[in-house]
Design a protein around this ligand. Structure first.
Ligand code: ATR
Length: 280
């Protein structure tokens, strides 16, 4: 909870971490809410993660976010992992409880769904088949969110079929794993397609997919935000599809973190988005 007599602290642990836009995002909210506090990048090597997490309480941190490569390892280091983080297999947010114990959750799923809802009002997960490309941690959060929202059919395509099958087995329900060479055909009749692979990220090859079969009224989303428009989104946009990039997911996953750390649910405003876009 916010205390006028206390300097509020939170941060993001990663290795590397200096590229993270999270400090800019959270420090905007401190300013907006006129709170004395700060959010810092914490460059923590994997071998130092346990000690760093244990230091949160004595240092007076309300909690922290976790980014690459700590999201999975942290599962074994905190005192309690909630059901959602267990289902996703990764922790994105740690909350220090009053007794100093650490609880882990995952807000990536919330971030993805709320970004879509914010940017595409009227969107529904059950309006038609959804194709999810990729089967890493990002995909697990996206699949979990879509399934929770009532998606009836999720076609999960991944270069390594085993990983897609593992997610389909784990979540069950609407998720069906498909081999990589079926990715172009899988788009036929889809209401939505989401790229969760690293393809299209700065320094990575573009996603190799032919969008010819994608209906023109389908929504194309990417969880990448650097660049803001990946080649996949650019191709979708060019043929007339609506698109959503990954920035909204980053911005929105910060909201439940703030709620848990400081008791305030901050807003993702156009001003905030524009401020971060200018740095990309
Ligand atoms: P994250 O946890 O951030 O999602 P990850 O676990 O490394 O990252 O997953 C990256 C995803 O991008 C995986 O689905 C990966 O496919 P594999 O499971 O076959 O490795 C996918 N990916 C990375 N490079 C790719 C490429 N050149 N072509 C197709 N898929 C690729």
């Amino acid at each position: 909870m916010a205390h006028p007599d206390r300097f509020l602290l939170a941060g993001v642990m990663g290795w590397p971490v200096m590229h993270s836009r999270s400090p800019m995002l959270h420090n905007y909210w401190f300013k907006k809410h006129e709170l004395a506090g700060t959010y810092v990048p914490l460059a923590i090597r994997p071998e130092g993660l346990a000690a760093a997490l244990r230091a949160l309480h004595p240092l007076g941190f309300a909690g922290c976010n976790l980014t690459i490569p700590h999201k999975e390892q942290a599962m074994t280091l905190v005192d309690e992992v909630d059901a959602l983080a267990k289902a996703i297999g990764a922790i994105s947010c740690v909350v220090v409880r009053p007794d100093g114990s650490l609880s882990g959750t995952n807000n990536d799923c919330y971030g993805f769904i709320h970004a879509i809802k914010q940017e595409q009002p009227g969107w529904r997960a059950d309006s038609g088949p959804i194709v999810v490309i990729g089967a890493g941690g990002g995909s697990r959060a996206v699949c979990c969110g879509l399934a929770q929202e009532g998606a009836r059919e999720i076609k999960l395509v991944n270069r390594t079929l085993d990983r897609a099958q593992a997610i389909a087995r784990g979540f069950g329900g609407p998720i069906r794993a498909l081999p990589w060479d079926e990715r172009h055909e899988a788009l036929e009749g889809a209401a939505m397609v989401v790229n969760t692979t690293s393809c299209g990220m700065v320094g990575q090859p573009a996603l190799d997919i032919n969008l010819d079969k994608l209906p023109k009224n389908a929504l194309a989303a990417d969880i990448i935000y650097i660049p803001l428009e990946t080649p996949f989104l650019a191709a979708a946009h060019k043929r007339g599809n609506r698109t959503v990039n990954g920035l909204g997911m980053l911005l929105n996953q910060g909201r439940p973190a703030w709620k848990a750390w400081f008791g305030i649910e901050p807003e993702v405003t156009a001003e905030l988005r524009a401020m971060i876009e200018r740095t990309i």
